[in-house]
Write a protein that binds this ligand. Structure first.
Ligand code: HEM
Length: 492
């Protein structure tokens, strides 16, 4: 669909459909006199205009979206009973919103930042949302740290700008971030476009099959366009020249019929492996190395339709990691558990209590049958149906079958750290990632990190940050330190 298809016919009207005689001159008392309160068109236009914005997302405010199709390419019924995954060749409509994390709504696209990869599957058993990123890991491993972390990425309360001091102070004091920071300052930290990057579910999720057996799963969406990235210098130039570069690229490629696709893979861990796996399988700062659990191809995702209205379909779209369907559920990952609350709460604040009823958000392959009613902008869809359950009037009923299987727990309540497994520490996978890089990649990583850390105003903050890289790999730490020293001599 292109913009030309959206022409409306007939005279301009007020909000209530009355024809407008003059949309150029407001009504005044005499020529050159003050304006009149009876000019309904003027009042309506000014008042509506004042209310055009809703709160932007507190993170991932800047984004672009498109509809598409997910097609199953492998039989996974022995792992999950999810209906949309039940048959090879089965197609499900999707909506995918890409985003950057830290910038405000009008920020430039070509920046060093993770990219959001929020995917909604409109399945016949309800909408399933996978709200991931273009990185397989994250900076922290407990939801309680998320507001502090994001405060360091957003604008400082005093300067009103993003501050290198805050960013590196937090990362230096949160050694578990070292893996994700190493990833972010490497080549993949600035994708060339949304089409040229992978997506990941990042967390571990539960799949359960008809027999009730549990599997732990990680999702990977591998771009078929090939990975393409921007260097820091190219990104800086592009961000100034075309702040909307990612958004434009996605829309234009779909308009010309060049539909981007991703090959969908999963890593699958039988539930019995989890307790003794070498890493805590629910720790979001770690990957499952592919030699332990090789990715299996299960599907293809294609984006093939642009939204017709960006505000209605992208700004008002809502995604929640808590939107599961039968056969899929959460894991005990403490980040995921926190997110199960955070998103619904954000939607009710940002879009309103009836956000789920909007065309982009409601189920497309089934209907929502709830007894929730009314609230701001309720559209009366339930007409006169009874609004309680159980009822004797043929109303919707419970199924007595949980979406996901139960998992065992033990011990007392408390502010517990997630369990540490045999090879867990904050640095091991950051070091592995560094050692995997070619010499050229390492050189760019060091340059990117040093250029950023050199902007920190205090030596102790810079040194603590560098020390984390030293612990990941001695050569890595030494090289970052030397490169920072060359730009900004440290006192130590
Ligand atoms: C406990 C940690 C986290 C919390 C509390 C949190 C909270 C939020 C909130 C409140 C929003 C705005 C939602 C809205 O207004 O509609 C959001 C957006 C988003 N978050 Fe998180 N987040 C967390 C971690 C993560 C992680 C680990 C990922 C990726 C793996 C992620 C990916 C996203 C994405 C992609 C969006 C944009 C959703 C959209 O396109 O509408 N977040 N997050």
């Amino acid at each position: 669909m292109t913009q030309e298809a959206h022409v409306t016919q007939g005279p301009l009207t007020t909000e209530t459909g009355a024809p407008v005689a003059d949309n150029q001159n407001s009504e005044t008392a005499g020529v050159g006199g003050p304006m009149l309160i009876q000019d309904q068109l003027l009042l309506e236009k000014l008042a509506h205009f004042n209310r055009e914005r809703i709160p932007e997302r507190v993170v991932h405010a800047r984004g672009a979206g498109a509809y598409g199709t997910f097609t199953v390419t492998a039989d996974v019924t022995k792992y999950t009973r999810a209906a949309f995954l039940s048959e090879v060749g089965k197609e499900t409509e999707t909506f995918l919103r890409f985003s950057t994390v830290a910038g405000n709504l009008g920020a430039a696209d070509a920046v060093r930042d993770p990219r959001g990869f929020s995917l909604k599957f409109y399945t016949e058993e309800g909408n399933y949302d996978l709200v991931g990123n273009n990185t397989p890991v994250f900076f922290i491993k407990d939801a309680i740290k998320f507001p502090d972390f994001i405060h360091t990425q957003k604008r400082d309360p005093y300067t009103g700008s993003q501050e290198a001091d805050n960013v590196w102070d937090f990362w230096g004091l949160s050694p578990e971030a070292t893996h994700q920071v190493t990833w972010l300052f490497g080549d993949r930290g600035i994708p060339a476009s949304y089409r040229h990057m992978n997506g990941y579910g990042s967390h571990t999720f539960q799949w359960n099959n008809e027999a009730g057996e549990v599997f732990w799963v990680k999702y990977h969406f591998k771009t078929d366009q090939g990975i393409k990235n921007l260097t820091a210098a190219d990104a800086e130039a592009l961000a100034g020249k075309d702040p909307d570069s990612h958004q434009r690229d996605l829309r234009e490629s779909i308009e010309r019929g060049d539909f981007p696709t991703w090959t969908v893979q999963v890593q699958i861990m039988p539930a019995a492996d989890a307790a003794n796996y070498r890493f805590n399988p629910f720790d979001l700062t770690k990957v499952w190395p592919h030699e332990d659990y090789p990715p299996i191809e299960i599907g293809k995702l294609e984006l093939n339709r642009n939204p017709e209205n960006v505000f209605a379909e992208v700004e008002q779209s809502i995604f929640s990691p808590a939107h599961f369907v039968p056969g899929i559920g959460p894991s005990p990952d403490k980040m995921l558990q926190g997110r199960l609350f955070a998103y619904g709460d954000a939607h009710r604040y940002r879009v309103g209590i009836n956000a789920d009823h909007l065309p982009v958000n409601r189920p497309h392959a089934t209907e929502a049958r709830t007894n929730s009613r009314d609230g701001f902008l309720y559209d009366g869809r339930h007409k006169g149906a009874k609004n309680y359950e159980p009822n004797s009037f043929g109303g919707p009923f419970q199924t007595d079958r949980a979406l996901w299987a139960s998992t065992a727990v033990s011990g007392g309540t408390g502010n517990h750290e997630a369990p540490s497994h045999a090879e867990d520490n904050d640095f091991v996978q950051a070091g592995d990632l560094y050692r995997l890089m070619s010499e050229d990649e390492k050189a760019r990583l060091i340059e990117n990190l040093a250029g950023n850390i050199a902007g920190v105003s205090r030596d102790d903050i810079a040194e603590r940050a560098i020390n984390n890289f030293r612990q990941a790999d001695d050569d890595f730490g030494k090289r970052v330190e030397a490169a920072v020293q060359a730009l900004r001599p440290l006192c130590a």
